[in-house]
Ligand binder design. Structure first.
Ligand code: M6R
Length: 357
């Protein structure tokens, strides 16, 4: 039920701090430490390469999951769009392990790959929000998102829940390999939940940004480097699916290789700047688009902010910023859709779960 909310999407955006706290509680042992079941751990430790398979927003979560797993657990990861995997199957490693990320657990494209990898005899884990879903039943292992039902077609809380579970998985594998991740993940996730709360309390500002940049525009670009690039992809998907504004996310460094040709006077460019080691790089990209007339909206993070930034996010651990930086993008998309009188929860041509290939 929507309760007092005008749309499920807004309600689900607001639920994110609670979902993160829920996830911490579900994946913590009695000593307060992150702990996954031993069989999942053993299966992953026995593999030499992880293949993440997913679609849409879940694919975007997978791109960030790869960073978590490689940085923390030091296992190589490939991320594949489910619908492409079967006929573009990469040369698999000797001991592959498959992770299927799917909010609904019913996505036909992902299931088709699971059927195939099951037949090949490879072990698989499904990360899903729906216990008993097809992908959960057909995989060897399941990790639940514990996000509660997601009704709006545009995925929001499932995405941040996927990121949190992927971070937990990566940290658990790191610990069991005797590796340090350099911070206390449960504590950092707690800080993230509070930062999410602060952002959800700042809706007027998000509505204002949507009004300023997106009320009448035909298109919009999202740029970022490193983790911010992947969040930009998700921001662009969110915006296009509910507001029908043509949106594209790309790596800041790729601008000069083509996309910059599309920048005109007034083109909105939303730039994420949450990573210290690429901060100057992304700032340089903003200058490049501004020189061509773009209307830049820089979303940075406390500690990295510079004059002229449109919005500054509360500081969180640099490895985990996507959990926080996606919130303004979700809210900006929501308000853009609202201002343009779109059907926020049920955008045209889309279904909540895509059960055909
Ligand atoms: O249920 P799934 O996570 O497998 O769904 C995958 C995509 O269909 C889904 O994320 C889609 O892209 C959303 N509408 C995005 O908001």
């Amino acid at each position: 039920e929507k309760g007092t909310y005008p749309h499920f999407m807004l309600k689900e955006i607001d639920e994110q701090p609670l979902v993160i706290r829920n996830i911490i509680a579900k994946y913590r042992n009695e000593e307060g430490e992150i702990e996954l079941s031993q069989d999942i751990r053993d299966a992953i430790l026995a593999s030499d390469r992880i293949y993440i398979i997913a679609a849409g927003t879940s694919y975007h979560a997978g791109l960030i999951g790869k960073q978590f797993i490689e940085r923390f657990a030091k296992i190589p990861v490939e991320v594949h769009v489910a619908s492409e995997f079967s006929y573009n199957m990469p040369l698999l490693s000797e001991n592959p392990f498959f992770i299927y990320i799917s909010q609904s657990g019913e996505t036909a494209d992902s299931r088709a790959v699971l059927v195939q990898t099951n037949e090949m005899g490879y072990k698989a884990l499904t990360i899903t929000n729906v216990p008993g879903s097809t992908l959960s039943r057909e995989a060897d292992y399941t990790l639940l998102l514990h996000a509660g039902p997601e009704i709006a077609v545009a995925s929001t809380k499932a995405y941040t829940a996927q990121l949190a579970v992927l971070a937990i998985l990566s940290a658990d594998i790191a610990y069991s390999k005797g590796l340090e991740i350099g911070f206390d993940l449960t504590q950092e996730l707690g800080i993230i939940a509070s930062a999410m709360e602060a952002l959800c309390g700042d809706k007027e500002e998000m509505e204002q940004i949507a009004r300023e940049y997106l009320a009448t525009t035909r298109n919009c670009f999202f740029i970022g480097r490193s983790l911010d690039f992947y969040v930009g992809l998700e921001g662009a998907l969110k915006l296009k699916e509910i507001s029908y504004i043509q949106a594209e996310g790309f790596a800041g460094g790729e601008l000069k290789h083509g996309t910059i040709a599309l920048i005109e006077n007034g083109t909105p460019v939303i730039a994420l700047a949450t990573q210290e080691y690429v901060n100057l790089g992304i700032r340089g990209n903003v200058k490049e688009v501004v020189a061509r007339g773009a209307n830049p909206c820089i979303i940075s993070m406390e500690g990295l902010e510079m004059e002229g930034d449109r919005y500054v996010l509360p500081a969180v651990n640099e490895a985990l910023t996507p959990l926080v930086s996606v919130i303004p993008l979700q809210l900006i998309s929501y308000y853009a859709a609202l201002h343009r009188e779109c059907d926020v929860d049920k955008p045209r041509n889309l279904a909540k779960s895509v059960t055909v290939e």
